[in-house]
Write a new protein. Structure first.
Ligand SMILES: NC(=O)c1ccc[n+]([C@@H]2O[C@H](COP(=O)([O-])OP(=O)(O)OC[C@H]3O[C@@H](n4cnc5c(N)ncnc54)[C@H](O)[C@@H]3O)[C@@H](O)[C@H]2O)c1
Length: 393
């Protein structure tokens, strides 16, 4: 009996131990399972986040590029555009890319912006190099459009020494590159080489009336030396040069702080601020839309004409008239006010474009009203973006 009781007790203890072990295992498994569940949930959240990022990246990379022509190897050129991230440069890049050429943009982003050319980034025909042209550059190209230089008075007066260096040393570097690789080079000069002109309209054989020590001289004389360098390299080193004397140009992608009359008036009118005229308002200018300029630049580059050529719209407007046209085009209630004039402001500006007509078959096509409509639309969007930035939206 004693033996039997001992056996029962032993079996009972064994059973308790086994069920305890079993119970402990079950509890542990349950905890593990719960931990696994929460790990899994965390993993799922991470996967979802990652796939959202992948989709976003795919959305960016698979964004279609603007259409480009399929040019044969012999027609396709390797083209360098200095200042290609700027206002004029980026429109020129669009044209050259859409024609099917291989385009390299060189820019230091002083006034230019990656946004102007972002639609080409990653395209097999396109390359972007951040570089200051005051330093030498080594690339293999067939044509060079040399546009790198600040262009509006507030920008070129910001650092006058740098403006002179860009137009003198920078132009020497580009002409040297053209000589080394046998490329043709087009230099973007300006109507400012005529200064405050005594001849009207300005034809290319007029030598100009420039104050060599005034506030605008860093730009005016910088461009005059760039032209002199072109013809020195052409004569001495047989470099093929083209020189475009560009008159006031406007259009989308102008810098928001450009400070020139068209962008100033449009922004003032859009914000219902006073439209400010410096001086009497009787001074005249002519305004060409950017697509007309791009047509002229490409025609000039591919022509046989090597003397300077004016590219501008000969329709002349007084600044007062322009203020009224812009006020009407924008609408709104801005008053037009006059302030003291600025030093060395040219009183009359109008290109004589007989040469361009004769040698390039070029004349501007876009009427002011049409060009202004597009430019107003562009500034409207830019101002909205600025406003949203300010409000941190
Ligand atoms: N827009 C006009 O009305 C006008 C009139 C006459 C001449 N131009 C000439 O046309 C060219 C383009 O003018 P824009 O209106 O497009 O001006 P912009 O300021 O929009 O473009 C100039 C570009 O050159 C770049 N740049 C400046 N200095 C540089 C440097 N040292 N190295 C590399 N890049 C540099 C800027 O970052 C910018 O992208 C300029 O040479 C200008 O003098 C323009």
């Amino acid at each position: 009996m004693r033996l039997f009781c001992g056996f029962v007790l032993f079996t009972l203890i064994l059973a308790i131990i086994i069920s305890y072990e079993y119970l402990a295992d079950a509890v542990e498994n349950k905890t593990l399972l719960a931990r696994n569940h929460s790990d899994l949930a965390l993993l799922n959240v991470k996967i979802e986040k990652l796939s959202a990022q992948v989709n976003k990246l795919q959305g960016i990379t698979s964004k279609p590029y603007p259409t480009v022509r399929n040019l044969g190897y012999s027609d396709r050129k390797r083209i360098l555009v200095t200042g290609g991230a700027g206002f004029v440069g980026s429109h020129l890049v669009d044209r050259l890319m859409s024609e099917g050429h291989e385009v390299t943009v060189v820019d230091n982003f002083f006034t230019g912006s990656k946004r102007n050319i972002e639609h080409w980034i990653g395209h097999e025909n396109f390359e972007l190099i951040r570089h200051d042209i005051v330093n030498r550059l080594y690339v293999e190209v067939d044509q060079i459009y040399h546009l790198a230089s600040p262009a509006s008075p507030p920008h070129y007066m910001f650092n006058p020494v740098k403006t002179i260096k860009t137009n003198s040393i920078g132009t020497i570097n580009l002409l040297g590159l053209a000589r080394r690789v046998g490329a043709r080079i087009l230099v973007a000069s300006t109507s400012e080489v005529y200064g405050d002109p005594e001849v009207h309209p300005q034809s290319e054989d007029y030598w100009g009336h420039v104050n060599p020590i005034g506030p605008r001289s860093c730009y005016d004389e910088g461009k005059r030396v760039a032209e002199a360098l072109c013809y020195a390299y052409a004569k001495q080193e047989k470099v093929e040069v083209r020189v475009a004397r560009i008159f006031n140009t406007y259009g989308p992608r102008m810098h928001i702080n450009d400070g020139r009359v068209v962008s100033n008036f449009i922004q003032q009118a859009l914000q219902n601020h006073s439209i400010t005229i410096y001086g009497t308002g009787k001074q005249t200018r002519s305004f060409q839309y950017v697509s007309d300029l791009v047509d002229g630049l490409v025609l000039l580059m591919n022509s046989n004409y090597s003397s300077p050529i004016n590219l501008g719209n000969p329709e002349e407007y007084s600044i007062e008239q322009l203020a009224l046209v812009i006020k009407e085009s924008v609408g709104g209630i801005s008053p037009i006010v006059k302030q003291t004039g600025v030093q060395d402001d040219p009183q009359r500006r109008k290109p004589d474009i007989k040469r361009a007509k004769l040698y390039l078959g070029w004349s501007p096509k876009v009427p002011l009203s049409h060009g202004l409509k597009k430019t107003v639309g562009y500034f409207e969007k830019e101002l909205k973006k600025e406003y949203a930035k300010e409000l941190n939206l």
